[in-house]
Design a protein around this ligand. Structure first.
Ligand code: ADP
Ligand code: MG
Ligand code: MG
Length: 886
């Protein structure tokens, strides 16, 4: 049997989305439902794929097209190109996933010098006929023949200027005839050939253009950005034209079955009387709100409303439709699931459960967890009015207001005084981190979505705009300039990291909250999910916020920030630079009480829930002054003839800092190695943790403590450190006569640890997969270098499908997680397993962690709700996979 490439509308259905594209399959479905759809046929995506491979139509396709065309002509009792009563068609692209703007549609195909006469005969309306013809030449010329569309527009406006009119509709029949001649001349000049007059040739050329549009650069970029596979192909829809531009009893419009921005249950849309196709969205004329149609054409409105209701019931989702009214008769031209804001998505899903259109599970499955991000950050108050100064890349969502500052030191200084600042730099580097920590938001004039600033800001949940190229920073004068304005250091700006907008001055913000619909959906999700969700939090504030968002404990409390804080750093430095154990102990003793009070705050915020604390991880040099800065200082001192003793002191410091320097700090003296070499540090930390726990413990509630040893590669490292930890803990508990539930475990973040997890599990009560470092060590990439230097290129060339620091690399890093899980549980069946890396809040990765059978994921506070939903969706996916197997 010959392969079938062409399907008439009555032969297809919504289930055939991949073969017939979204638009085509839905036109088929509406035909099946008996809706008024102008008839037509669809050329399958298979045909497109053959064309992409071979540059030719597949065998048999053309014959099927002509035979379907013949049927269409019969149905309409009109013939393509007929000089008495011509059939006109539209040629529309349509892939399985909607790709707006990929290719423009060609309307009115089939017109030429003789068929336009037929159209006049039938309509008695020469102006309409010539207008349709000139529109056809314009669209076909642009889309199919690739003549620059602006040249047609230019010719059109020249003519209007000459005639002294403003609107297209003010041109008369003769003007349009002239315009047609001009357009044809233009085509000849630009392409070297005459505008094709044979309708079948027109149709063939249009089909080729749609097929080829699948591989145009725009489409490729769109697919990459939206994770749409390249091998889906587009279908071609060939459909009988209906005309909304036949007079005042004709119209065209678009509508949603619910409000796409709020989700409110009411028809929402716009239309234009006496208009065709894209006129509604083109902005040339102002469309009417759909409510007006109710008064203007009540019967039609009723019918439309009715059809929309039916569509929603049928698709069980909010629909976005296109319709046209031709001389008092309604036609449906398109339906699809409508795009919506996160807020609307939640409302619609919850409402549809109430309306019994959806089950709770279906509602949970409907929401894209990533979209909820919008709702979980401070936002600009939508009620306020403001003017945008410049726009950059929306690198990390949320809005913030503060004073512009141009360097990290100044930011820190102001931040310490409780001032709100926006750190504004050309780009940020790891050296700016102290400024980033205190800043309300980050603004850079360079760098992209994976630049240092973007990555760090997202990690911290801070608003960030990158690559705002219109900002010219003049560091010398402490100002930045835009085309219109000069902004001085200290001036107030507001940034919206979700939109990339920078605004001069203060804009009122509204704080994130979980509304009633959101709450309800999350409650349903909680009832379904198996994975627990914890948070990464280093401060009581973060812990509280996360708890509000539903975190079930802390999965990672980093202790290094406690060391970085202003009032501790001198002691930390003293400790690092100590010559003797005595000296070191003195410094550590000063750190003990401050750390203890940090932990007390966190335990209080997390009362009743487990808190996982990681002992010190980063290399010590991170706490020391910068080596280059010190040398600059030294030279300055020498130049200024500073006292010899001072210079000597400086030199000693420089010497000490140099001894701490490492060729590759990431692989150097850090993590548990630090704990083994400088035993006192971990002991002090454990003491601080458990004294705090004892101070907080009451009769009926005591902190649940998990002590985590970082960067273990060999079981023996953990063996020693575990014994040391337990010794200190037991001594404290005995002395204080308290009972504290605690466990000791490790991070799995080095491949060797994953591979030998059965051995490591002998000394661990839990594993926490540090997937950030595990990704670095598995790939041998350092994240900052990778994202700054070669990862964008890797993604561009599809060497990697995703940034492995954002989406877990399942086949590599994931395999190690899986292996370590199996080995670990073999040794200890009740080993507790979790993830504390940014991946813990990324929906696709969460699905994977669920599949592997981990106990929990942990992520930044703002991602906790997303993770709750993603975990529930992972459970749903299980059930679906189970059903498929049966
Ligand atoms: P897009 O995917 O860009 O929306 P469409 O294929 O839906 O492109 O078509 C563009 C415009 O042309 C829409 O307004 C659509 O309603 C209109 N249109 C398409 N086919 C026809 C037709 N057969 N009759 C009348 N209008 C049509
Ligand atoms: Mg459309
Ligand atoms: Mg690590």
């Amino acid at each position: 049997m010959k392969k079938k490439y062409v399907y008439e509308f009555k032969e297809g259905s919504a289930k055939m989305k991949f073969l017939l594209g979204g638009k085509g399959s839905n036109l088929c479905e509406m035909t099946r439902l008996g809706f008024p759809v102008p008839q037509g046929f669809v050329i399958s995506t298979d045909a497109c794929n053959v064309y992409s491979r071979t540059g030719k139509f597949p065998q048999g396709m053309e014959k099927q097209v002509w035979s379907s065309l013949k049927n269409l002509e019969k149905k309409n009792r009109k013939k393509l190109g007929d000089p008495n009563d011509p059939l006109l068609v539209s040629v529309r692209s349509g892939a399985a996933f909607s790709m707006p703007g990929m290719m423009d549609t060609v309307l009115n195909l089939g017109l030429n010098e003789s068929s336009v006469q037929g159209l006049i005969k039938q309509t008695q309306n020469p102006r309409f006929a010539y207008d349709s013809y000139r529109r056809f030449i314009q669209m076909f010329g642009d889309v199919v023949l690739k003549v620059d569309g602006a040249k047609f527009e230019h010719a059109l406006s020249e003519l209007k200027k000459k005639k002294g009119v403003k609107l297209d509709t003010e041109l008369d029949e003769d003007d349009l005839k002239t315009l047609i001649k001009t357009f044809k001349r233009l085509v000849k000049k630009e392409t070297g050939t005459d505008f094709p007059s044979n309708p079948k040739e027109q149709l063939k050329k249009a089909i080729v253009a749609v097929f080829e549009s699948w591989n145009n650069p725009r489409a490729n970029v769109y697919r990459r950005a939206n994770n749409i596979p390249d091998d889906l192909g587009t279908a071609v829809n060939i459909q009988t034209m209906v005309f909304g531009n036949k007079g005042n009893d004709s119209a065209t419009g678009v509508a949603f079955t619910r409000d796409p921005s709020t989700g409110a249950k009411k028809v929402y849309g716009e239309y234009l009387v006496n208009a065709q196709g894209e006129d509604v969205v083109s902005g040339a004329r102002t469309p009417q709100p759909i409510s007006k149609l109710k008064k203007q054409m009540p019967k039609i409105y009723k019918e439309l409303e009715n059809l929309m209701k039916k569509l929603e019931k049928h698709y069980k989702d909010m629909q976005d439709i296109e319709f046209t009214i031709e001389q008092g008769k309604l036609y449906m031209l398109q339906t699809r699931n409508g795009k919506r804001t996160a807020q609307a998505a939640l409302k619609i899903a919850v409402d549809m459960v109430k309306e019994r259109l959806l089950t709770r599970k279906q509602a949970i499955g409907r929401i894209d967890p990533n979209a909820l991000d919008q709702l979980l950050h401070p936002r600009l108050d939508p009620a306020s009015k403001y003017e945008v100064l410049v726009k950059g890349l929306p690198a990390s969502p949320g809005a913030a207001t503060g004073k512009v500052v141009f360097d990290a030191d100044r930011a820190e200084e102001l931040g310490r005084n409780g001032e709100k600042v926006i750190l504004t730099r050309w780009e940020t580097t790891p050296d700016d981190i102290h400024g980033v920590i205190v800043a309300q938001g980050i603004l850079t004039s360079h760098g992209g979505m994976t630049s240092h600033a973007a990555v760090v800001a997202r990690g911290m949940g801070k608003p960030c705009i990158c690559g705002a190229e219109d900002i010219k920073i003049d560091l010398g004068n402490r100002i930045f300039k835009t085309n219109s304005t000069i902004v001085k250091e200290g001036d107030i700006v507001t940034i919206d990291g979700g939109s990339g907008e920078v605004i001069l001055g203060r804009v009122p913000l509204i704080s994130p909250s979980i509304g009633p619909d959101f709450k309800k959906l999350l409650a349903w999700a909680d009832g379904l999910r198996k994975l627990k969700v914890r948070t990464n939090a280093d401060t009581p504030e973060d812990a509280r916020k996360a708890r509000e968002f539903g975190a079930q404990g802390i999965g990672l409390c980093r202790t290094e920030h406690m060391f970085m804080a202003e009032d501790r750093l001198p002691y930390v430095r003293e400790m690092i630079l100590a010559e003797t154990d005595e000296e070191r102990k003195v410094a550590l003793d000063k750190l003990l009480p401050v750390q203890r009070s940090d932990f007390e705050g966190i335990f209080k915020a997390m009362r009743g829930l487990p808190v996982n604390i990681r002992l010190l991880d980063p290399p010590l040099h991170e706490f020391l002054p910068n080596y280059c800065d010190l040398n600059v200082d030294l030279v300055k001192m020498q130049y200024e003839n500073a006292p010899q003793s001072k210079i000597r002191q400086k030199e000693i410091l420089i010497d000490k800092v140099r001894t701490q320097m490492e060729a590759n700090p990431m692989l150097g003296l850090r993590g548990c190695r630090l704990g083994l070499i400088y035993g006192g540090i971990y002991k002090m930390q454990v003491r601080a943790i458990f004294e705090a726990a004892c101070n907080i413990a009451s009769k009926d509630s005591a902190p649940i403590v998990e002590v985590m040893i970082p960067l273990v590669a060999h079981a023996n490292e953990l063996k020693i450190l575990r014994e040391e930890v337990i010794e200190v803990v037991e001594e404290i508990l005995k002395r204080r006569r308290k009972r504290i539930r605690y466990t000791v475990g490790t991070m799995i973040e080095i491949p060797r640890a994953a591979i030998t997890a059965d051995k490591i599990a002998e000394y661990a009560d839990f594993f926490s997969f540090g997937t950030n470092d595990l990704t670095q060590t598995t790939f041998g990439f350092s994240r900052d270098d990778a994202e700054g230097k070669f990862l964008p290129n890797y993604l561009e060339r599809k060497i990697l499908a995703d940034n492995p620091f954002e989406v877990l690399d399942e086949s590599g890093v994931g395999k190690l997680v899986e292996l370590a899980t199996k080995l670990g549980r073999k040794t200890k069946p009740n080993l507790k397993l979790g993830v504390c890396g940014e991946h813990g809040g990324e929906p696709r990765s969460v699905k994977f962690f669920h599949k592997v059978g981990l106990d929990y994921v942990s992520c930044s506070p703002y991602r906790v709700p997303l993770a709750r939903l993603a975990a529930a969706q992972a459970t749903l996916a299980d059930a679906e996979a189970g059903a498929r197997e049966k």
